[in-house]
Design a binder for this molecule. Structure first.
Ligand code: SF4
Length: 395
């Protein structure tokens, strides 16, 4: 059975932005550079989780919340967060404090019943393994729940697609059902009755009614189309001036490395890829694997030759290192002559079957007299075999 495609709303968004970028990020697993807005958003999400950690308001004291934010903020450098300078990082920190204080003041008296924060669920559906992490789920009574998603960017209003994904994942969700029933055992039907984006910098929220069945169906068919394209290996680049300018993969992207005609050709290939059957794709992978093995063999030979020439047995690339292992080999060209010699010395019985290993054992044993060893070794050929051990260099 084909493995389920691991999918999420953010993967779908990235694929829609540019399939080639998706390929770099999720197929080739090349990480993007840290982005300060992700670090900022993540720090505020952690604070929100901390605020509702007891799941029973009131909040922890404000000093504790700010201390929590400070400790988390200081656990990474400005470079690790993706800020261009320490000064900008400090501005981010002060903005974070302002947002936390304002949120705290506005919501301290709320009578909320949060059921879960950072609620993570994986649902297997239509050949996909869909992962969703909901920032907060509130209980509204009588089996009704509200889904809250915090936003920390500049943009306040958004399309409800992400919330539709959550609605799809939460409908009939066993993990959610267990949480509700543990707290409210009398509850029968659990339904998503309200969904909202909460924009932390402005303390503004954008609330949506649950999407109708028709809307969810239409949304889900868009999800399945994206998933089918990914499964078919359709990663044709979709460049755009702004997105390419800020894309971390620009230096390696074919759009910026190839001539227009080469790019056209690549796009043609990508489109052909998407039309291929799974068995054709498997055949292509087998060929690619075979070619990679042949290439690896050639490279191994070149590396061994260079290391022997330089008389070194360990060397480093940027990410990998190799060690040169040597093994002395002993072989006999004229096997018949060896058997005759063993017979002559009455040693054939000692080897049972005169395999190379057995003869080597015999040569190293005490059964054999020095002149017999010498006679046998005269029939031997010596060679040295070189092997490479390659591993990822530890950082
Ligand atoms: S540089 Fe542009 S076309 Fe290339 S991967 Fe990035 S966004 Fe896509």
């Amino acid at each position: 059975m084909a493995a389920k495609l691991s999918f999420s709303y953010s993967k779908m968004t990235l694929y829609k932005e540019c399939p080639q970028k998706y390929k770099f990020r999720y197929i080739l697993k090349i990480p993007e550079k840290p982005k300060y807005y992700f670090a900022f958003g993540s720090a505020l999400h952690k604070v929100m989780e901390y605020l509702y950690s007891s799941l029973k308001p009131p909040f922890p004291p404000l000093e504790k919340v700010l201390a929590f934010f400070k400790a988390d903020w200081e656990s990474s450098t400005y470079e690790e967060k993706g800020y261009p300078s320490k000064l900008k990082e400090q501005e981010g920190y002060l903005e974070g404090i302002k947002i936390i204080e304002a949120y705290y003041k506005k919501h301290l008296q709320d009578e909320l019943s949060p059921l879960a924060t950072e609620f993570r669920t994986t649902v297997d559906i239509d050949g996909l393994s869909v992962i969703g992490i909901v920032d907060r789920i509130d209980y509204l009574g009588e089996g009704k729940v509200s889904i809250v998603d915090y936003k920390t960017g500049k943009k306040i209003n958004r399309e409800p697609d992400q919330l539709m994904m959550y609605q799809k994942l939460m409908t009939g969700n066993k993990d959610l059902e267990n949480i509700v029933k543990n707290r409210y055992p009398q509850t029968d039907n659990i339904e998503v009755s309200n969904m909202l984006f909460y924009h932390l910098p402005s303390l503004d929220s954008q609330t949506f009614e649950p999407a109708s069945e028709e809307e969810i169906k239409e949304f889900w068919s868009r999800v399945l189309t994206v998933a089918a394209d990914i499964k078919a290996g359709n990663f044709a680049p979709d460049p755009g001036e702004t997105k390419c300018r800020f894309c971390d993969y620009k230096d390696m992207c074919p759009v910026w490395k190839l001539s227009p005609s080469e790019l056209q050709e690549l796009r043609g290939q990508e489109n052909q890829e998407s039309a291929k059957s799974p068995m054709d794709i498997l055949s292509d992978k087998i060929d690619a694997y075979g070619k990679a093995l042949l290439e690896a063999e050639t490279l191994e030979g070149d590396i061994i030759a260079a290391m022997r020439k330089e008389d070194i047995n360990r060397h480093f690339g940027k990410e990998f290192e190799v060690s040169l292992l040597t093994e002395e080999k002993l072989d006999f060209k004229d096997k018949q002559k060896v058997v005759e010699t063993l017979k002559e010395f009455n040693l054939l019985g000692k080897t049972l079957v005169p395999t190379l290993g057995k003869i080597k054992e015999l040569l190293e044993s005490d059964f054999i007299k020095p002149e017999q060893r010498e006679a046998l070794l005269k029939l031997a050929r010596y060679s040295t075999e070189y092997k490479l051990n390659c591993s990822k260099t530890e950082e």
